[in-house]
Ligand binder design. Sequence first.
Ligand code: ZN
Length: 255
Amino acid sequence: MRVVRYATGTITRWGVVEEETVQELQGDLYGTWQPGPVVGPLDATTLLPPVTPTKIICVGRNYPAHAAEHRAQVPTEPLLFLKPPSALVGPGGPIILPPQSKQVEHEGELAVVIGRRCRNVRAEEAWSAVLGVACGNDVTARDLQRRDSQWTRGKGFDTFCPLGPWLVTGLAEADVADLALVCRVNGAVRQAGRTAEMVFSPAELIAYASAVMTLEPGDLLLTGTPAGVGPLCPGDVVEVEIENIGLLRNPVVAQ
Ligand code: ZN
């Protein structure tokens, strides 16, 4: 199922996309639910990021070709960092380039959303804690990332975590093990990889992270980016498309 979050006036709700129509999601997203009344056509619905995480966990250098383009070693264990939930922006929302940076870059990534609280989950069981997956963009102020020994600033600006367009639920671990991931800027392909290239699988990353911190329903895990990261300029349109999942499109604007 494709799950969206949408706004009607000042109220935000969960919805389900059936064909090109949004229906209300009735029940508990993390428990049992069913599609309810029709809200309206998908293209007339204002979509929000399809997650409400307590934290966004990211992993650096999880594709060998991306590590190589930064002349970095592939880590022997996952290199985790956090983005704040305030960085989220939904499909169509603008990525705002902050004045502090002269080099903001896209990083198209497979995003995994946690469905139940877990702590110290083993990799073999970790996928059972997943609610669904989405397209993500780990937008990065590369110059600030290089300047700071911690990446909080370079990765943490508002709008630096586009996510969407929806959450695809009900997938098996094998369903996401080898998907094509493409990132385009103004229609030109900048990144093209496959999720099979990941050094650490989503399940391994969940296990590793859950040995550090309790994962809560709605928490988000960005699984790293393939090679080809590059700059974003005002007026650009950046797309992250993942096979069988969806296409996330965001315009880029100057602050
Ligand atoms: Zn990244």
